[in-house]
Design a protein around this ligand. Sequence first.
Ligand SMILES: Cc1cc2nc3c(=O)[nH]c(=O)nc-3n(C[C@H](O)[C@H](O)[C@H](O)COP(=O)(O)O)c2cc1C
Length: 189
Amino acid sequence: MTDTPPPRTAITLCGSLRHGSINEVLRQHMSRQLRAAGVAVTDLDLADFEMPIFNQDLEAEHTPESAIRLADLFRTTDIVLIITPEYNGGITPLVANVIAWTSRTKPNPFKHAIWGIGGVSDGKYATIFSLSHLRDTLSKVGALVVPTLLGIGPFDETFDADGNPTEANIKWKIGQMVRELTHFSRGGI
Ligand SMILES: Cc1cc2nc3c(=O)[nH]c(=O)nc-3n(C[C@H](O)[C@H](O)[C@H](O)COP(=O)(O)O)c2cc1C
């Protein structure tokens, strides 16, 4: 007899603080999809985790309480999903800053969860450059990132007014991302 695995937990976060962020629309959609797959999802807002721009001099004084709190969530959640815009072909300063601060906490906060990354752009390149960059960075700090890179764009042509994707291939890709996150996060049981 196969035991039923316990429910998985996830946190989802957005690499843009902008009001009206299209990545926040995608993040919310992904939270709904993960919940539909039986995952207990906590929606995070990085505005609740304020941190100064990383500077090693500051680190000597003290690590921000927000970085410690976020790193603890990384260490105790089965799935971490980052949905982020692409800036100049790379990751946003917000995401870079969060990774810099949390990477300095111990024990390594990146090695527990299964990580998923995605983003939506206002253009047709669909954040692919930044996702590639982000996967490299996360791998470097020890995170296991699922193979699907959820790059979507242009937003105006691929989402409806309710914040749901309209195209079959995008819906399939989102389903694939959810399957990978739920499947791989059960590996440790
Ligand atoms: C500084 C900056 C750089 C950008 N660079 C890119 C880019 O390299 N590739 C891209 O597809 N979009 C780029 N954009 C456009 C973003 O896709 C667009 O602003 C998007 O709405 C940002 O995501 P958000 O709505 O979630 O904040 C850039 C935007 C800004 C502000």
